[in-house]
Structures are given as C-alpha cells and as structure tokens.
Design a protein around this ligand. Structure first.
Ligand SMILES: CC(=O)CC(=O)SCCNC(=O)CCNC(=O)[C@H](O)C(C)(C)COP(=O)(O)OP(=O)(O)OC[C@H]1O[C@@H](n2cnc3c(N)ncnc32)[C@H](O)[C@@H]1OP(=O)(O)O
Length: 388
C-alpha cells in the first residue's frame, strides 16, 4: 500500500447533548490536523463518512467542515455512505485519491448523531438503509436481523449463548478502561449471561447486552502518501486495505458464513503477505456479539462452527493470542454508524504506535480492522503498522 495515517482525532462516544454534526465535524477536523502538524490549507481532499438517512435533519454534511476554517473553502469535499461501514468507506476514498495521485494529503472524517430520535426510529432507519423487504418482515430493527442470523447459527452449531455472554463481558471489561467509550462499565459475565429486567431479550436469543449501543460521535484521520509521510513526526502505513461487497438479500447466501468478511480477510492477508497469526490485535465489527463470534470463524481464527472456542479459551482477551476489540468494540465503546470505521482505524493506529493508554496491547505492531455494512454486505479489512 502506498499511504499512511499521519494524524488522528476521536471524540468521546455517547449521548452527546449539545453537539451537532457540524460541531463534531469541525472539532475532529481541527484536532486531527493539529495532531498531524498540518493546516487546513495543506489538505487536498476531504471525505466525510456519514450515514444519517434521517437521524438528524442535515443530509448534506460535506461542506460543514468549512465552518471551522475558511482555509477549507474551495477544497473538494464529499460525503460517503456505505451503511455501518461508512467510516471505512471514507478512508478508502481517501486512499484511492492518493493512489490515483489526485491528492497527497486527505482528511477522512466519520460522524454520526443518533440519539436525537427515539430508539425504535433509529432501528427503522437502519433497516431501511441496509435490508431488503424480500428477506421478510423483521421486528426490532437490525437486532431483529441479527436475532435471525443468531438463531440460524444456533440451529447449525448448538446454543452458543454462553459464548455470546463471554464476548459481551470481554468487550465491556475492555471498554471500562477506554476513556472514549460510551459505557465505561465492567458488566461482568453473570449479568451478560442472565435474562433480567436490566438485561431483557431484544430479538431472538439476543439480550440487550448482546447489542451495540446507539451513539453520537466522530473520529478523523489525516492520510498522506508515503513521501509526505516520511517527513512527518508519526506515520502508520496501510499494509492492506481491501473491500468486498456481497449480495444484499440474505436469502441469496448462507448468512451464517459471513463470506464477505472471509474473502476480505483473505485478500488483505494475501496482499500484505501476512497470516492472521502475525497480527497483534484486531478491532472487529461487533454490532452484535454473534457478529463477533461469526467473524472469528470468517477471519480464520477457528474452524467453522468452532468460534466459541476462541472466547472460551481466552484467545481473544486483551492478553490472549489475538486480542479482539481491546477498545471495547461497538459493544461498549459505542456505534455512531458513520464514525465507527474511522474510530477503528484511529484506535488501531494508537495501538501500533504504543499510544493507546489503558487499552494498549503490549508491544503491538500489527493491527487488523474489520468493519461491515449491513449483514456482511459491505466488508472492509485494513492492516496497519508503523511506517518506521
Ligand atoms: C446496519 C449495518 O450496516 C450493520 C450494523 O452495524 S447493525 C447495528 C446497528 N445498531 C443497532 O442496531 C443498535 C442496537 N442497539 C439498540 O437498538 C439499543 O441499544 C437496545 C434496543 C439494545 C437497547 O435500547 P433500550 O432498550 O431502549 O435501552 P435504553 O432505554 O436506552 O437503556 C436502558 C438501560 O440499558 C443500558 N443499555 C442500553 N443499550 C445497551 C446495550 N446495547 N448494551 C448494554 N446496555 C445497554 C442503558 O445504559 C440503560 O442503563 P441504565 O438503566 O443503567 O441507565
């Protein structure tokens, strides 16, 4: 790959009262540029990942960045959308612009403001944006879709509720020490395993603790070509950046296989000349705990049907053989749709530069990222390492 991340910024995720899309965009843009030691004038192109589709009444965010600095005026700025992989889509557009030599320095921002409307309305928007009615009516927003996927997996491989509770407990434990996380609370395995007033069933076998959060937040990265990056104080290089899209209707595929995820990982590992065992950590798309479980299998960590082994034997814990979601993941860090993919890249960049604070994985040098849109429809894998 020919591009690097040379600066980054990340707001805290959560219910951010008083913040708007504009204020979030302006803040992370300024912070990421300051982190890179650059001015808005140095930026050749801007990509803003924002799903929106009705969360707030602002569906044209591409030029909001100019509210922060007149120096952005007359720069090309484009909104990018690819469901829950919108953030990675923005980064990939930046990488493509650099690869095509249309830009040397790109600002890629991910942003979402979801908490202004009621939870049920959020679910309706997510379903409208990334699910086909021909797959049948589904109750409960995207949790309903993943409830169905989880049931299909349980029918094939037995009830894995215990593994799901352990994944939830792991990610909440990790998120408890992440100052950027929405829910900094170690909920514990017993709470996550038990159906209760505080942890009711949401859809199929999925309890509340199996679901990611509804969140506001933003993150940004400054991307640069290698020559530019070599002169900068810090640089994290893309060893791989792959995108794979699959059929939208789930009825056209075996949804328990997450084949788009599998192919994206295979392409990323092949293009980087690495194996999964070379990686020090992975930030993966745990929109639901069952998604993380299926991703263990699709990325090749375990055989098909054996994903539970990875969590039961502690492989994916922060001190395990492949720490997965040391940030707390979407589960406890939060999932402001458009910001999620960018957030994953920021946290992975922090890990490989040894600047991840309390969530730091010891001696991390190679980090993998998997960000997906829809039910494994848009699949993005990146692999990051320090440039030097
Ligand atoms: C679409 C794509 O392209 C692919 C994807 O990524 S799909 C994923 C998209 N995102 C989603 O679908 C969001 C899923 N999550 C939700 O809809 C909601 O969090 C939920 C339905 C699971 C819970 O919402 P709710 O029942 O309205 O809970 P709410 O009333 O807000 O909060 C009640 C309590 O539960 C907690 N809580 C809420 N959501 C929680 C969650 N996901 N996990 C753990 N605790 C949660 C709250 O902190 C609160 O705790 P206190 O009582 O201690 O204050």
């Amino acid at each position: 790959m020919t591009a690097c991340i040379v600066g980054w910024a990340h707001t805290k995720f959560g219910r951010l009262e008083g913040e708007t899309l504009e204020s979030l965009i302006v803040r992370v843009a300024a912070d990421a540029l300051a982190d890179a030691g650059l001015s808005p004038a140095d930026i050749d192109a801007i990509y803003i990942g924002n799903m929106n589709a009705g969360f707030v009444r602002q569906e044209f965010p591409s030029s909001l960045v100019m509210q922060g600095s007149d120096l952005f005026r007359f720069k090309p700025s484009t909104r990018v959308e690819n469901a829950c992989a919108t953030g990675s889509a923005a980064i990939h557009q930046g990488l493509n612009a650099i690869a095509a030599r249309k830009a040397r320095r790109v600002l890629a921002i991910g942003v979402e403001k979801m908490t202004e409307i009621a939870g049920a309305a959020v679910g309706d928007i997510l379903i409208r944006a990334s699910y086909l009615p021909e797959d049948g009516e589904v109750e409960g927003g995207f949790a309903g879709v993943f409830g169905r996927i989880t049931q299909a997996y349980f029918q094939k491989h037995g009830d894995q509720s215990d593994a799901l509770a352990r994944i939830a407990a792991k990610n909440h434990r990790n998120g408890a020490v992440n100052p950027l996380a929405q829910m900094q609370k170690d909920l514990g395995y017993d709470f996550c395993r038990t159906i209760s007033d505080k942890n009711p069933l949401v859809a199929g076998p999925l309890k509340r603790t199996d679901c990611s959060l509804v969140s506001d937040g933003a993150a940004a990265v400054v991307l640069a070509d290698i020559d530019t990056a070599l002169a900068m104080s810090k640089a994290v290089v893309f060893r791989a950046a792959e995108q794979v899209n699959d059929f939208l209707p789930m009825s056209k595929r075996d949804i328990t296989l997450f084949e788009g995820c599998e192919v994206a990982w295979k392409k990323a590992l092949a293009s980087s000349g690495l194996t999964l065992a070379d990686l020090d950590l992975v930030e993966t798309h745990d929109c639901f705990t069952s998604a993380e479980l299926l991703e263990y299998e699709a990325m090749g960590l375990t055989a098909r049907g054996d994903g539970a082994r990875a969590i039961h034997e502690g492989w994916t814990e922060k001190d395990g053989r492949l720490p997965i979601n040391p940030s707390g993941g979407l589960k406890s860090k939060g999932h402001p749709i458009g910001a999620t993919g960018v957030s994953m890249h920021v946290l992975a960049a922090q890990q490989v530069t040894g600047t991840a604070g309390g969530i730091q994985v010891k001696d991390a040098k190679l980090a993998g990222i998997f960000n997906m849109g829809g039910a494994c429809v848009a699949n993005y894998v990146s692999i990051l390492e320090p440039l030097r």
